[in-house]
Design a protein around this ligand. Structure first.
Ligand code: PMP
Length: 284
C-alpha cells in the first residue's frame, strides 16, 4: 500500500508516527473519509472544504493549498490502483514537546491512505438494527475531530449488542449516530437534525438534501424526539462509506414491521444515481 505523507507518496512500511505527534498524544487533529467509486473520489471538493473548515475551527493550518491536496489525493488513488472503498485523510497539529498549549509555528502532519473495502450491499438491502444512547459528547460535534472517544465507546456498545449503530439523544432530541446522520420519515415528510454544533454536517447528508429537492421529497431540517424516532414510518442512517442504510429495529422495537421502507428504497436508488452521474462525469 502507498501512503500520502506530507505531500510525498511512500510505501506503508516506511511510515512512522513520532511519539510526540499531538494527534497521537491528544487527538489534536482533524480527518475525512472520502469514498472512491470506479477510481473517482466522490464529493472530493466538499470533503476537502470540510477538512479545511475543521482545521480552521481548531486554529490549525494545513501546509498545502486545497488544489494541491486534491491533486495529491488523485495521485494516491492512481498509485494504489484504487477502484472502490474509502480513502482516509488526517491532519494533526504536528510534533512538539508534550504540553497542552502549543507554539503556533509547528508544522501540521498530513497522511492519507486507502481503507480496506467493506461490502455493504447486503446491509443496505436488508437494513440494520440500532440502539439509542445518551449523547454525552462535547458541544462542537460540527468539527470532524480525531477525538472520537465517546463515539467509539458507544459504537463498541452497539457492536457488542449486535447492532449496526447507536443513535444519540441529547435533551430528548435525536442528534445523529456515532458515525452517521439520522433521518426519519413520517407521513411522507423526511426529518433530520439541522446542521448545528450538535452534529457533524455529513457530506452524504448534504448530498441527500439536494437529491430530495430534485425529487420533490419534502425534508425538514428540524430536531425530532426519541418518541418520534420510535414511532417513525421509516428510519435510515447515512455516511460516506455506508451511504443510505435502512434501520429496521431500534432498541428491539421494529420500524416499518422490520423491513426497509419504500421511500427509503427510492432514496437509496436516487442517491446511487447521483453517485453514478457525478463520478462518470468527473474529470480526473
Ligand atoms: N456524523 C458522525 C459523527 C460521523 O462520524 C459521520 C461519518 N463521518 C457522519 C455523521 C456522516 O458524515 P459523512 O456523510 O460525511 O460521512
Amino acid at each position: 500500500m502507498k501512503v500520502l505523507v506530507d505531500g510525498e507518496i511512500v510505501a506503508r512500511s516506511v511510515v512512522k508516527v513520532d511519539m510526540e505527534d499531538r494527534g497521537y498524544q491528544f487527538g489534536d487533529g482533524v480527518y475525512e473519509v472520502i469514498n472512491i467509486y470506479d477510481g473517482v473520489p466522490f464529493t472530493l471538493d466538499e470533503h476537502i472544504e470540510r477538512l479545511y473548515r475543521s482545521a480552521k475551527e481548531i486554529g490549525m493550518s494545513i501546509l498545502f493549498e486545497s488544489d494541491h491536496l486534491k491533486q495529491d489525493i488523485r495521485k494516491l488513488i492512481k498509485e494504489n490502483n484504487m477502484k472502490k472503498g474509502g480513502l482516509y485523510l488526517q491532519v494533526t497539529r504536528g510534533v512538539a514537546p508534550r504540553t497542552h498549549q502549543y507554539q503556533k509555528d509547528i508544522s501540521s502532519k498530513l497522511i492519507a491512505y486507502p481503507l480496506p473495502y467493506k461490502e455493504m450491499a447486503e446491509t443496505r438491502s436488508s437494513g440494520v438494527t440500532a440502539i439509542t444512547e445518551q449523547d454525552l459528547r462535547w458541544l462542537r460535534c460540527d468539527i470532524k475531530s480525531l477525538n472520537l472517544l465517546y463515539n467509539i465507546m458507544i459504537k463498541q456498545k452497539s457492536y457488542e449488542q449486535g447492532a449496526f449503530e447507536a443513535i444519540l439523544i441529547r435533551d430528548g432530541l435525536v442528534t445523529e449516530g456515532t458515525s452517521s446522520n439520522v433521518f426519519i420519515i413520517k407521513d411522507g415528510t423526511i426529518y433530520t437534525h439541522p446542521a448545528t454544533n450538535l452534529i457533524l454536517n455529513g457530506i452524504t447528508r448534504q448530498k441527500l438534501l439536494e437529491v430530495f429537492l430534485e425529487n420533490g421529497w419534502t425534508c425538514k431540517e428540524q430536531p425530532f424526539t426519541t418518541k418520534e424516532l420510535m414511532e417513525a414510518d421509516e428510519v435510515f442512517v447515512t455516511s460516506t462509506t455506508s451511504e443510505v442504510v435502512p434501520v429496521i429495529s431500534i432498541d428491539g422495537k421494529s420500524i416499518n414491521n422490520g423491513i426497509p421502507g419504500s421511500l427509503t428504497r427510492k432514496i437509496q436508488q436516487a442517491f446511487s444515481n447521483t453517485v453514478k452521474k457525478e463520478t462518470s462525469s468527473a474529470v480526473l
